[in-house]
Ligand binder design. Structure first.
Ligand SMILES: Nc1nc2c(c(=O)[nH]1)N[C@H]1C(S)=C(S)[C@@H](COP(=O)(O)OP(=O)(O)OC[C@H]3O[C@@H](n4cnc5c(N)ncnc54)[C@H](O)[C@@H]3O)O[C@H]1N2
Ligand code: MOO
Length: 443
């Protein structure tokens, strides 16, 4: 039985959608309240309405002078005669630092006001200090009677450099919708609203098991014919990066009895998915296949390369997925099937950014399969890194994009457009190649 990629994507989404996490109201039923920074990367459990307006009061956008509404415009200056045309000469009142609650402003008086300070009642505009004469606060000139005066340009439109109360959000308005992924900006908004804690959905919890007699925990010696376990780390990191929590086991052998025992042992916490790597293909020791035969778990082939062999079902009512053992196959399986299903179910992680890119070199792909190559995307172009082999973990680690060659495409030329999903940071554009100098030009 071979499935298309989209059929298996739907099957995985439906599997999680029918599991315990979904039944508990997408985890929202068991929401927990966390201090704001502890909620980074988590998903908001309920709508949050702004308890206060932002800004809470009219305030100055600049360090400068608050000028009375009646003193604005081209009318006669309020204090003294002989000022240059188009300027105001105003008495200087008591300064308004941020955090103070100033008295109303008198016409004919300008008060020094600092960025973020509450504008006095009656203020029409704020004139930045750089436009004042003198252009600094401490060295104010002294007019008749010894009272400090300042000269400001006339004609400043009303409202200039005043940040109105509620201009960002009004009190009571919806600040963040349930299901919002909480990043620095969203958490900053909650803090600005005066909230110290936030209710988030419980994390999606995964029991992760890697299998294989040849697979050895990193950190110890490596025997002949053995390899270190890359997949547990790779998949745990991918899951955690996607906002999930991971319970991991030690690497399990190719003994189906041992795997069944491990799966029958109740985990320390409620889990929403069991995920295995390895042991699902056509070999003589396919531990996951053997341990789960007759359990209702299916082993479809998916028209995907890498990531062709897959396992899917439920175990004791808990959703189950088995990814192939090759490390690149495991990660591609995660990106193609599990990550989008987690986004649909839990609101995290943010979907991958998909972009068009031009191939830097020709490539071929098996027409009957959706091939996912790895590449380095930059400047609208993508260079394939390494071949299609699913053991090429070093090439994957040097890539920032998954490059999609859909079913039906067998040959692509340099310059052809493909779709890439960004999985890593994009380097800045390459510096332009300098034109040859006169001396370098061939004679
Ligand atoms: N006769 C066939 N052989 C294979 C087929 C097939 O269709 N017919 N499919 C190939 C494809 S495609 C893949 S992918 C693999 C999938 O095999 P399994 O999921 O059964 O995985 P294993 O055989 O256990 O391991 C495959 C490969 O990955 C290495 N591995 C396993 N676990 C880890 C780990 N935790 N860390 C690092 N590397 C791991 C393992 O040593 C193998 O090299 O089957 C093909 N064969
Ligand atoms: O599907 Mo395997 O995942 O091609 O290497």
């Amino acid at each position: 039985m071979t499935r298309s990629v989209s059929e298996h994507q739907l099957a995985v989404e439906q599997l999680l959608g029918a599991g315990g996490y979904a039944r508990a109201g997408r985890g929202g039923g068991a929401a927990e309240s966390l201090p704001l920074t502890a909620a980074l990367g988590r998903v908001l459990a309920a709508d949050v309405h702004a308890p206060v307006a932002l800004p809470p009061f009219d305030n100055s956008q600049m360090d400068g002078y608050a000028v009375h509404l009646r003193d604005l415009g081209d009318g006669p200056a309020a204090a003294g005669n002989g000022e240059p045309e188009g300027h105001l000469r105003l008495h200087v009142g008591a300064p308004v630092p941020a955090g103070s609650s100033p008295p109303p402003l008198e016409p004919g008086t300008a008060v020094p006001i600092m960025t973020g300070a509450m504008v006095p009642a009656g203020t029409g505009a704020v004139v930045p200090i750089e436009r004042a004469d003198p252009p600094r606060f401490p060295a104010l000139s002294t007019g008749d009677g010894g009272q400090p005066v300042v000269q400001l340009p006339a004609g400043t439109p009303a409202g200039t450099f005043i940040r109105r109360a509620g201009s960002d959000i009004a009190a009571g308005d919806l600040a963040l919708e349930a299901g919002t992924l909480l990043g620095p900006a969203q958490l900053g908004l909650l803090a600005a609203c005066g909230l110290a804690e936030v209710a988030v959905r419980t994390p999606f919890r995964v029991l992760l098991l890697s299998t294989g007699d040849e697979v050895t925990e990193p950190g110890g010696p490596l025997g002949d014919g053995r390899i270190y376990d890359a997949n547990t780390t790779l998949l745990e990191a991918a899951l955690r990066d996607a906002g999930a929590e991971v319970l991991r086991t030690r690497v399990l052998s190719d003994d189906p009895e041992k795997l069944r025992e491990a799966l029958d042992t109740p985990p320390a916490a409620e889990i929403h998915l069991i995920l295995t790597s390895g042991g699902i293909s056509q070999g003589a020791y396919e531990v996951v296949k053997q341990a789960l035969s007759g359990s209702g778990v299916e082993f479809p082939g998916v028209a995907l390369q890498p990531g062709g062999p897959q396992a899917i079902g439920t175990l004791g009512g808990v959703p189950f997925l088995g990814f192939p053992g090759n490390p690149v196959s495991a990660l591609v399986s995660f990106e193609m099937f599990l990550r989008p299903a987690l986004t649909a179910l839990t609101g995290a992680p943010a979907p991958r950014v998909a972009l068009p890119a031009r191939l830097t070199a020709p490539a071929s792909s098996p027409a009957a399969k959706h091939q996912v190559r790895r590449g380095l995307y930059r400047d609208g172009r993508v260079e394939l890194i390494g071949g299609p082999g699913s053991h090429l973990l070093n090439a994957l680690a040097g890539s920032n994009a998954l490059v999609h060659f859909p079913v039906g495409l067998s040959e692509a030329a340099a310059g052809d457009e493909v779709t890439v999903w960004l999985i890593g940071p994009v380097p800045p554009p390459a510096p332009p190649v300098p034109a040859p100098t006169h001396q370098e030009l061939p004679s």
